[in-house]
Ligand binder design. Structure first.
Ligand code: ZN
Ligand code: ZN
Length: 616
């Protein structure tokens, strides 16, 4: 109070004291109202700031404004509105907004922004519609958030074109921040060409715009486009910053381009660009995602000021590379060194347990999280999904199901998806059907779940159900993601699809494949034809398996990649049973290490054995 008295005018100090003791005061007191009449905006702001994290005090201030008649001053309510939005109380924020007399565009924008930031895009869109109907002209703050909201709506595509048309109608398409949001929106929509067009007409392509476009491409599966933009940016003389580097390194991790990533990092260092801890962590993550465990470990030890993200990156990295023991021992070391794990760290720990089938250890860590006083590490949906995965894949399907039923939060598609995957592995159609029903409700458009369902029915020989799932996918317009495998060679990405014969070396690739299979058969390999999901003849099944993308990619790498380097293959979906066996045999016959990254984890094949110990 003393400190406040020095910096805040007396009139304000009086008000502040009143607010402190408000519950004991009669609001209608004439004296109080008189004092509040003099309350200026200048005095009001510090008052609000001092109460900004306390909703009940804020509500008391609101009550004061109402009873004193000051609530007609929108400028005062604006500050309150911003405070409630920052606290995430959108229903109170809305109440305040509805009290306002003819709110200006800025206030509409503030409310729209609040809804977007608090995960309520539908509300944001409906407020924008109302604003439009009432004829309030949007300002440059309105559209960036309306566009962000569009990307979250089920009718995304239609909303996107309507919004773009309105941006043009109001003549705002050249405002940099709006144009940047439109660009990001089109990348999310998969219309990269359109995004590119918007970018190239952009009057001033500053670092912010480059960073936004590169990050949007990196985060939405357009890695090669992001890298091309990164190079183009360099050629225009725009210097990258830490944000650009993080996006570029993350793309290199996704694509398995660790050499390119290292080159980018080296040049950045040489050019004196600030490679802070965020960049160092991105570099660690990239190497872990490329399967370079030893190199990442060396880097980690050299980072002078490691933070919780550095540790969590390593723990999760070890886990997805099948090095569960290393993940758990690093977790112990982290705690010995006095660092507090966060929820991401625990995600790594549970993933490590899940990938190694360590059920009792998994329970121990999960219970530690649940019982913790620290709210920030209480289990979230991702942790529940991890536990369901751990229990389910270890064959404890009933335990997994009971665990879901006991969840204090509503299970999401990730949780049911984990149960469904386990049911496919252990061929429990009855429970799998139950998980599938939930997934139809929660995520009817996600192709990978539909494919899982169809796999489950196929392996149980229920072709009638397979047909039904496929029919439903067609009706809903859900398209199955085409499986592909890729190999980076001489700076180019070589991509192979099932039965692909488009590669210039196609002829010798198939010859190599035939030769390998012949050798393997003499060693006892037989095709795992239950990986084939069509009700076709055995011979045909063998043929389908023989041309899986992983096999083509491995054969290509054996022909081209020198023996001094391991063979690195990236697959966009899970590796199938047969290709897993095939890769083990190849690692034995060719005496080469094969590092395969599938959608979820790594398989390091050496001397006929996989690091996953066939548990995946
Ligand atoms: Zn396969
Ligand atoms: Zn494996």
């Amino acid at each position: 109070m003393l400190i406040l008295a020095k910096i805040i005018p007396t009139k304000f100090f009086f008000t502040f004291r009143l607010v402190q003791f408000l519950p004991n005061l009669k609001f209608s007191s004439l004296a109080l109202t008189n004092q509040l009449k003099f309350l200026t905006k200048g005095a009001f702001t510090p008052l609000l700031q001092s109460c900004s994290s306390n909703p009940s005090q804020l509500k008391q201030i609101h009550a004061l404004l109402l009873t004193s008649g000051l609530s007609i001053k929108n400028s005062l309510l604006t500050h309150l509105l911003a405070s409630f939005i920052a606290l995430g109380d959108m229903s109170y924020a809305r109440q305040l907004f509805d009290e306002m007399h003819k709110p200006r565009a800025f206030l509409w924008s503030t409310l729209i922004r609040g809804y977007v930031q608090n995960g309520q895009p539908n509300e944001a869109a409906s407020i924008y519609k109302r604003m439009h109907l009432l004829g309030v002209r949007p300002d440059s703050y309105t559209f960036p958030f309306v566009i962000k909201a569009c990307a979250e709506l089920p009718e995304f595509k239609a909303a996107a074109s309507t919004t773009h048309a309105q941006v043009v109608k109001y003549g705002m398409e050249f405002i940099a921040v709006i144009r940047t949001e439109l660009m990001i929106m089109y990348v999310i929509l998969g219309e990269v060409g359109l995004a590119d067009f918007l970018f190239k007409t952009m009057v001033e392509r500053d670092l912010v715009a480059w960073n936004a476009f590169i990050a949007a491409c990196a985060q939405n599966g357009y890695g090669t486009k992001a890298l091309a933009l990164f190079r183009e940016m360099g050629s225009t003389g725009t210097r990258p910053d830490a944000v650009t580097l993080v996006s570029a390194l993350s793309v290199c991790g996704q694509l398995g381009y660790s050499d390119t990533g290292e080159e980018i990092y080296r040049i950045a260092r040489e050019e004196g660009i600030d490679c802070n801890i965020i960049v160092e962590n991105a570099r660690l993550d990239m190497h872990m995602k490329c399967g370079n465990i030893d190199f990442a470990t060396k880097l980690f030890e050299k980072i002078p000021r490691r933070n919780v993200i550095s540790w969590s990156t390593m723990i999760l990295g070890y886990a997805i590379n099948g090095e569960s023991a290393k993940a758990l021992s690093l977790f112990s070391r982290m705690q010995r060194e006095g660092l507090r794990p966060n929820y991401v760290t625990y995600l790594g720990v549970l993933t490590a347990c899940s990938h190694a089938g360590l059920v009792s250890q998994g329970w121990r860590y999960f219970n530690r999280m649940s019982r913790s006083d620290d709210e920030s590490i209480k289990p979230r949906k991702e942790h529940y999904a991890c536990m369901v995965d751990l229990l389910g894949r270890s064959g404890r399907l009933e335990d997994a199901y009971n665990f879901i039923r006991s969840m204090p939060i509503e299970p999401d598609s990730g949780v049911w998806g984990a149960l469904l995957s386990a049911c496919v592995i252990h061929q429990n159609v009855e429970l799998g059907q139950h998980a599938a029903d939930r997934l139809y409700e929660l995520a009817p458009d996600i192709a990978s779940y539909q494919v899982l369902m169809s796999n489950m029915y196929a392996s149980a020989g229920r072709w009638d159900f397979v047909t039904k799932v496929r029919q439903r996918m067609r009706n809903k317009g859900v398209r199955k993601i085409a499986a592909y495998s890729s190999v980076e060679f001489n700076g180019d990405l070589h991509v192979f699809y099932k039965g692909d014969s488009s590669h210039p070396q196609s002829k010798i690739i198939y010859e190599k494949l035939d030769c390998l299979i012949k050798q393997m058969k003499s060693m006892g390999y037989s095709s795992k034809t239950n990986s084939v999901l069509h009700d076709v003849e055995l011979e045909e099944k063998e043929l389908i398996l023989r041309t899986h993308s992983e096999k083509l990619a491995i054969a290509f790498a054996l022909i081209n990649v020198g023996p001094e380097r391991p063979i690195r293959v990236i697959k966009n979906l899970r590796i199938c049973n047969d290709c897993h066996t095939f890769s083990k045999f190849v690692s034995q016959i060719s005496l080469r290490e094969i590092i395969m990254r599938d959608k979820i984890r790594f398989h390091h094949f050496r001397n006929g054995v996989c690091s996953c110990k066939d548990f995946w």
